[in-house]
Design a protein around this ligand. Structure first.
Ligand SMILES: O=P(O)(O)O[C@H]1O[C@H](CO)[C@@H](O)[C@H]1O
Ligand SMILES: O=c1cc[nH]c(=O)[nH]1
Length: 259
């Protein structure tokens, strides 16, 4: 069988992955928002930014910060598509992966627009079970946590390190009702909070678990978009998104050069 022929077990064509677009020169560090629409926003925080391409929910761009190449690739929503991003980026030689996304806060002392630098994800989501043993803690790389929190502080942005939970759904799995006037099952959130979760979203656990298993330095920083205790919702999200990308990019570039 010719080397470049695809196989079912590893359906790459040579060094071209089956899902992700691929630039000629891969940055060593990538930011990972869920939403493809947010990739273009990296032009506001990176120099020489260009879009590499898009396939399905995976939109990729590359740029530089302080002369260091930084990539950004959307994961889509949830663990299944995020696993694809992590595996294909790792196989392409990426060493640093930082999720930059939104969450619903579960802690009283987090406010709308604050930034939670994820130190740990409580075990809760499906795909991560293939990358971390049952009972194994899912931790962010401590160096990435430190760089993210230092960047947050330098930028004067509110927040702190903490723990998140990753859910396999947005409505019932996050205690929401599935119709406008329902009650949902908020006890789900109480149970996650009792296990230490201070926010809930849909991708961080797989980024941390797969990142660790695949030998990458992985982390996540999550903006408080919703507050599940006060039922608050941040309507004007644009500046928060820009700040999220800026602090993620600062930490990513510093991680590459070892600062
Ligand atoms: O803010 P982003 O990265 O899009 O992620 C959050 O938003 C989506 C749900 O609306 C989920 O993907 C959740 O994790
Ligand atoms: O409540 C929220 C907000 C953002 N992302 C989520 O998954 N849940």
């Amino acid at each position: 069988m010719a080397m470049n022929e695809r196989s079912a077990i590893w359906p790459w064509k040579g060094d071209v992955p089956p899902h992700l677009p691929r630039p000629d020169n891969m940055p060593k560090a990538f930011l990972l928002p869920g939403d493809p629409g947010r990739v273009d926003k990296a032009a506001e925080v990176l120099d020489d930014f260009r879009i590499v391409g898009q396939n399905r929910e995976f939109r990729m761009g590359v740029g530089t910060l302080d002369g260091v190449a930084v990539g950004i690739c959307s994961t889509g929503i949830g663990g299944a598509s995020t696993e694809i991003v992590m595996v294909e980026l790792a196989a392409l030689g990426v060493e640093v992966a930082i999720r930059t996304g939104g969450m619903g806060a579960l802690a009283k002392n987090l406010a709308l627009g604050d930034f939670l630098v994820v130190a740990e994800a409580v075990r809760n989501s499906g795909v991560a079970t293939f990358y971390a043993e049952p009972g194994e803690r899912v931790l962010a790389d401590t160096g990435i946590v430190a760089l993210l929190d230092a960047s947050r502080g330098e930028l004067g942005l509110p927040g702190r390190p903490g723990t998140c939970a990753t859910a396999d759904g947005y409505y019932r799995a996050q205690g929401r009702p599935d119709r406008p006037h329902g009650n949902g099952t908020p006890a789900i959130l109480d149970q996650l909070a009792a296990r230490g979760a201070e926010g809930i979203e849909m991708e961080a656990e797989i980024v941390l678990a797969a990142g660790h298993a695949l030998g990458m330095r992985a982390g996540a920083v999550l903006a408080v978009h919703a507050h599940r205790l006060s039922d608050g919702w941040l309507e004007d999200y644009d500046k928060t998104q820009r700040d999220l990308l800026r602090l993620g990019a600062m930490a990513a570039a510093r991680a590459v050069v070892g600062r």
